[in-house]
Design a protein around this ligand. Structure first.
Ligand code: FES
Length: 57
């Protein structure tokens, strides 16, 4: 599913950034992909996906 409509970022892309780049928060996520800087509506959900992916490990 799309998390960030503005930049077309999916939950799968976020999960893979956590798994392959060791992304742990929004600041680090923004270093590997562009999201959250248009409307900002996706920021909360993106952080939840990061947290859940880390917990699943
Ligand atoms: Fe991500 Fe708008 S949905 S910046």
């Amino acid at each position: 599913m799309f998390v960030c409509m503005c930049y077309g970022i999916t939950d799968k892309q976020i999960k893979s950034a956590v798994e392959t780049h060791g992304v742990g928060n929004m600041r680090e996520l923004k270093q590997v992909m562009t999201l959250g800087s248009q409307c900002g509506k996706c920021v909360e959900l993106a952080q939840e996906i990061i947290d859940n992916t880390i917990m699943d490990d």
